[in-house]
Write a protein that binds this ligand. Structure first.
Ligand code: GRG
Length: 299
């Protein structure tokens, strides 16, 4: 278990090192055939992502008393699915970007076909890792596979959100439609990080509902701050192309509310997010710190 007494900074550092160690076992540094595909997978997986979703898995699991060992496969699986989504999002047919996590995107370095396959492989390995985790009962593994598939897929998951987002580019959409896109595209994998960790903890229905609500609000906060960072930060700090939303004619929170209005909205959603913690009868300091960190993040 990551010690509760740690401050958020050291908690996040421990989370990064735990999930990186697990990912390194799953996709090892030694060459695995096909070598080019293997290199492409490692290029994107170890390019320096924040590992926010794995950290959230550990935070929720630890809050409900689960030892970290039982959370490692889930944390790694979620990060692999997240990385696959970034590789595919950067493709010419999607967001068409050449910089991600401060490095060349997968398709720029390895070619488009290899990048597509690297994403496919990451997604597939994620489910294999969950299915084969001997620290979890067969029943929990099946629940996790179902939960993660729903979060990553369609009709309400990440793939669905991405599709609607791409279809909406250059169109006038309402703020309600924007929120719906983000609850899928960005929110679903954040929601599933929390729900799946709570499933490993075998929490009550009431706690599952409470943590789902907390994670839903946190996902929305993550997206609002992402939109703010896109217009207020540099490419260097973000490790991805800044100002991309305007270039792609995407509807964003700043395009609806302006910068000040969006900051106020972020503060409001942050208040709603932390209010939800009152429904959880466990020490929730680490979850509170995570919500604060998302509100104030710089990248
Ligand atoms: C291609 C199926 C498919 C889905 C793509 C993740 C995604 C969906 C699109 C990325 C575009 C984007 C900027 C979304 C906003 C929020 C988001 C998911 C940002 C990236 O996540 P971070 O900030 O990135 O956690 P790191 O690199 O730190 O992991």
């Amino acid at each position: 278990m990551i010690p509760e007494t740690q401050n958020l900074e050291s908690f996040l550092r421990s989370a990064v090192s735990l999930v990186d160690e697990k990912l390194d076992q799953i996709v090892p540094a030694e060459t695995v055939e096909p070598a080019d595909l293997h290199r492409a997978i490692r290029h994107s997986l170890f390019a320096g992502g924040k590992r926010f979703r794995p950290a959230f898995v550990f935070a929720v699991g630890n809050t409900f008393g689960v030892e970290t060992k039982k959370l490692l496969s889930l944390a790694a699986a979620i990060e692999m699915i997240h990385t696959y989504s970034l590789i595919h999002d950067d493709l010419p047919s999607m967001d068409d970007d050449d910089l991600r996590r401060g490095h060349e995107t997968c398709h720029v370095k390895f070619g488009e076909a290899t990048a597509i396959l690297a994403g496919d492989a990451l997604e597939t390995i994620a489910f294999q890792v969950l299915a084969e985790d001997e620290d979890l009962t067969a029943e929990i593994r099946v629940r996790l596979i179902s939960e993660v598939a729903r979060g990553a897929g369609t009709p309400t998951g990440m793939v669905a959100g991405q599709h609607v987002d791409l279809e909406s580019e250059g169109k006038d959409i309402s703020v309600e439609e924007l929120e719906k896109i983000h609850r899928g595209k960005t929110g679903a994998m954040i929601r599933v990080s929390a729900r799946a960790a709570a499933i490993i903890a075998e929490v009550s229905e009431k706690d599952l509902e409470a943590i789902t609500k907390f994670a839903s609000n946190l996902g929305l906060l993550f997206q609002i701050t992402d939109d703010l960072l896109d217009v207020t930060q540099t490419t260097e700090v973000l490790g991805k192309t800044a100002g991309k939303d305007v270039l792609s004619e995407k509807a964003t929170y700043p395009s609806f509310y302006g910068l000040d209005g969006t900051r106020k909205l972020a503060e409001k959603v942050h208040r709603e997010t932390i209010a939800g913690l009152e429904e959880i009868e466990k020490p929730t300091e680490i979850l509170r710190s995570i919500a604060d960190y998302i509100l104030d993040r710089r990248n």
